[in-house]
Design a protein around this ligand. Sequence first.
Ligand code: FAD
Length: 492
Amino acid sequence: MTTVKESPAFKNASKEEIYNKLVEIFGKSNISDKQADLYPYSYDMTESKPHMPDFVVIPENKEQLIELVKYCNEKVIPIVPYITGNNVGGLTIPERGGIIVDFGKKMNKILHVNENMMYAILEPGVTFGHLKSYLDKYHPNLRYSYPYAPPYASVVGNALLSGMNNLSCKLGSMADSINGLEVITAEGDVVHVGSCFYGKEEADPDSWWCRYPIPDLMGLFINWQGMTGLVTKCAVQLWPKLPIDETLALTIKNLEDVGEVCREIGRSEVVDDIAIASSEVIKMCCEIPEPKRFPGEPRMFSIAKISAHTKKEFEAKKEIYLDVVNKLIKKGKDVYAVEHFDEFLKILNLRLRCYIDVPSMVLSLVEYSGLTWFGSYAPTHKIEIMSAKVDALFEKYNIPFFLYIKPMKYSHFCIFRPIIRYDKFKDEEKVRALMNEFADALIAEGAIPYKTPTWLTEKMRKIINPGWIKLFEKIKKTMDPNGIFNPGRWNT
Ligand SMILES: Cc1cc2nc3c(=O)[nH]c(=O)nc-3n(C[C@H](O)[C@H](O)[C@H](O)COP(=O)(O)OP(=O)(O)OC[C@H]3O[C@@H](n4cnc5c(N)ncnc54)[C@H](O)[C@@H]3O)c2cc1C
């Protein structure tokens, strides 16, 4: 059930007073304090505890937001930025009540695409589906890197949270692809971060091409989960869309081999991306209702993408990839390369074909009332031990072995993510217990959770270097002296 703790929103202003101010700023039709309108913002699909906001506002422009921030800073009213709430970490649940700022409804325009410098300036509400269809139509030579998230999830939200998408083996975290930001700070200042920093008022749309060689202030806003300011524009890098783009699959019989496969294919430098998933995940994607692995079936399955300008370049890259596979086989690894996988998919399951052309909706992943994961950035040399630990824990809790791994930046690090689909109203306590055990087991190996719910940051804060915590607190205090931005995140 959605609970309401004491809300600090009304310490310095009455509810009526705040309501009237919001009407003045946004207009009556763009705000609500009705329980039915607020309820959807009070929870998400994860095990994070729900909490109701007091208001929701739908902004149209930054002038309204400047006024809002100045008012909330003066009256100490929490502001929780929200786009579509699909972060899978409880990050937009208003822990202390206050005002949800819903960017998804009206601040959702693609403002500019610079073909030459290959970037797009987006408002926060632009979705992956919107960006893909826009680029396919108007800039067919360019592409973005897309996640397995629903097509209606936000590009900017994903980049600000260090998302991992389908060029991530090559590019790494999507936060690295941010060229510039426009942010409103707690004082109501509009800050342009990156090469767009020249000029007093508006930044020239053709100046958002890089973030170097000035001090990289981007770090003040990336991964802070809306705790340091309101982003109103974000420039993301785009990439050439090559004419040849093919899929290569690999079965991995034994779990203990997955680490080496991940590292070796990653560092071959020929794949744009690899998704390595357990057989149970692949079966789920083929819409088998309660996927199980039967004895003798491979434990893991890898799907790699290779793109190329010409057939010759593709053949050369594929040769390197197959060479890596053959070396693994010679070392005794039980792996099997499925060539011409795109053709194979046509008879296997057309739905799986859609999942390879992301963004698309992995319906079977969200068909339960609950979805959660221990999503982490992790050291690739620990994949073996982490996989074994996760396998044992899934077995202990009698929950299907859903594991997803991705080498990032050609194997410099990886994403390691055990996933749980569950019935929120039946299994939440069991899932909480398993997530706790995942956290203990994987943090012990150096994994760093991303999109962190508060129960997890509470745990992490006890073991993080004290110097880091002190600096982190100092920055948060400086950026947000009254604690109005997404309060409660990271247990601030
Ligand atoms: C089924 C499923 C599959 C997924 N697969 C992937 C995947 O493969 N890879 C991946 O990386 N992610 C994945 N995700 C997560 C998801 O893609 C991203 O977290 C998502 O794109 C974030 O967008 P959102 O609209 O959900 O943002 P929200 O959840 O609404 O917001 C994200 C965060 O940003 C903050 N925020 C929002 N707007 C602003 C603003 N204007 N200024 C400052 N802060 C702001 C919020 O407070 C919150 O902390 C998946 C999610 C689901 C449900």
